[in-house]
Design a protein around this ligand. Structure first.
Ligand code: NAD
Length: 521
């Protein structure tokens, strides 16, 4: 079956132009509506039922930590069992539906989210300190995952191509795995949650979604959309709560068939290890998908358009406060143009406004006090290791939240902490390379391999980077963030992950297994 037989051709959801006064006003009105809904309770969702518990987790606004975004129910061991019961009960009927039936539900879910996209984005402003464009882009990506995977699933209906054997019919086809645990991070709190849930679901699996305890409320709002779209109960279940109660318990559970994780290397390694162990009652080896961190570099050589390079660096380094896995945290510049590029980067950095997301500043607050302290710790380390060129501390005048000044370190040595470890905040390390060869070696000199970029007019170097720059997503002469679903399949190598390539044509196949049936006539 071809997707175009059923649905209009896939195209990514457009963002919004907030310089248009009416678009801006409409979004501010959505913020006011959602402001009126802040502070309410959000139960678990198990088997289509809202389940309240006797303990609640506060989700607060990073820009105004006294503001309660909402309270999420904290699940315990009993709820985990109920969620597995519901997901396995739903698996049989759900997995037997025709693929196009499930695909249609994803297209319907996309339509529901599109109708509610300003509301959803407004929640992201309050819960994660996303400015307007970052918030709309996150919602657009969530919609794209639904639309794209709906179409891609249809390619997996036909049996695999095999050869004939006399007197027999041999058919090899794909079937879903079972119940998966979906563990997304807080940074693309809607997009990654939705993508990592609906991908496995469209091909017939059922899931238990466990969002980050830093951003559980948007997950509950998403479940309203799931209901509105008409998904059967038990197909997508939501358990919220503390990592200590839920993380290991879900990963270790003998009824977990696969884990679809996005987050840090430390958590990913732990999951990898624990999921490898076969626990009593378990009948399979768990499949594990791990998309993890990065220490992403942008190389600028002496042939580059230096103005464009500086703009790409600042957008990639400080967009959403540097809290994207794709964010540029290392700017590697060849010596001839180092001072000029650094000067241009500092000029653009100085122009960034820092303040509350609801006022749509360029740079908002970082997600939690814990991250705030951790990032400021790296800033202090950087002051001992390199030359502080911009920022360097708290941005207290921006408000009472977790605001940090966009920070640039110059002459950063390759072996320093700030050049090697993922900081995940608004901190950029500028490194000097003698020439392109050294720049490429520096870029590849980490345990990661997620995103990277080259700004150059030299064709031979661009071609070399295509082959030798060891990253899952390489960007040439543009910013290194903002991968589009279905256009730039996303995911890294090495310690950045298992390369499942979200938003790519191979993604759904990972959540299926192949069965071969041979009949002799
Ligand atoms: P994290 O590892 O702290 O948490 C990720 C998820 O794992 C959360 O839901 C968290 O609650 C859960 N978790 C924590 N302990 C667990 C345990 N013991 N067992 C099971 N689950 C557990 O990461 P984070 O701070 O939420 O996210 C930031 C990280 O995610 C960064 O490293 C970033 O680079 C990475 N990231 C990667 C991608 C990608 O596509 N490669 C995309 C976005 C973010």
């Amino acid at each position: 079956m071809r997707p175009d037989d059923l649905f209009e051709p896939y195209a990514p959801e457009p963002f919004a132009d907030f310089s248009d006064a009416s678009v801006n006003a409409s979004f501010r009105a959505a913020l006011e509506r959602v402001r009126g809904e802040l502070g309410t309770d959000h139960p678990l969702v198990i088997d289509g039922q809202r389940v309240s518990t006797d303990a609640w987790l506060d989700s607060t606004d990073p820009c105004a930590p006294d503001r309660l975004v909402g309270r999420a129910a904290m699940a315990n061991a009993k709820h985990i069992e109920q969620a597995f019961d519901a997901a396995w009960a739903a698996f049989g009927p759900w997995s037997r539906l025709p693929m196009e039936h499930r695909a249609r539900l994803l297209v319907k879910l996309a339509a529901v989210m599109r109708r509610r996209r300003e509301e959803l984005a407004a929640w992201l402003v309050f819960e994660a300190s996303k400015n307007y464009l970052e918030a709309i882009a996150d919602v657009a990506e969530a919609i794209d995952f639904c639309e794209y995977y709906a179409r891609e699933s249809l390619h997996l209906v036909a049996p695999a191509r095999t050869y004939h054997w006399p007197g027999e019919e041999n058919t090899s086809f794909y079937q879903p795995l079972g119940v998966g645990v979906v563990i997304p991070p807080w940074n693309f709190l809607l997009a990654i949650l939705v993508g990592t849930a609906v991908g496995p679901v469209v091909v017939g699996n059922t899931v238990i979604v466990k969002p980050s305890p830093s951003t559980p409320i948007i997950a509950s709002v998403f479940m309203d959309c799931v209901d509105e779209a008409g998904f059967p109960p038990g197909v997508i279940n939501l358990v919220t709560g503390a990592d200590a109660d839920l993380g290991d318990a879900l990963v270790d559970h003998p009824r977990t068939r696969f884990v679809n994780f996005t987050g840090s290397v430390a958590t990913g390694m732990r999951i990898n290890e624990r999921a490898a162990k076969v626990n009593p009652g378990q009948k399979w080896l768990k499949r594990v998908f791990l998309e993890m961190g990065g220490k992403d570099a942008l190389i600028v050589d002496e042939t580059a358009d230096l103005a464009a390079a500086a703009a790409a660096a600042v957008a990639s380094g400080f967009g959403f406060q540097g809290q994207k896995c794709s964010a540029m945290s290392r700017l590697i510049v060849v010596s001839d143009v180092y001072d000029e590029v650094l000067g241009r980067v500092l000029d653009l950095t100085a122009k960034l406004s820092v303040g509350p997301a609801e006022e749509n500043h360029d740079v908002g607050a970082v997600i939690t006090e814990r991250q705030y302290d951790k990032i400021l710790g790296y800033v202090e380390a950087g002051k001992l290791e390199a030359r502080l060129a911009a920022g360097g501390g708290k941005a207290e005048s921006a408000g009472p939240g977790w605001f940090i000044q966009p920070t640039v370190f110059a002459e950063v040595p390759p072996s320093s902490t700030i050049a090697c470890e993922e900081i995940f905040g608004p901190v950029v390390s500028v490194m000097r390379a003698k020439g392109f060869d050294e720049a490429l070696a520096l870029a590849n000199g980490t345990i990661y391999g997620l995103t990277g970029g080259v700004m150059s007019r030299d064709r031979a170097r661009l071609e070399r980077a295509r082959r030798e720059f060891a990253v899952g997503n390489l960007y040439l002469n543009r910013k290194i963030t903002g991968a589009l679903v279905g256009i730039q399949p996303f995911g890294g190598f090495n310690m950045s992950g298992t390369n499942s390539k979200a938003g790519g044509p191979d993604y759904l196949r990972g959540f299926m297994e192949m069965k071969t049936v041979s009949e002799r006539f």
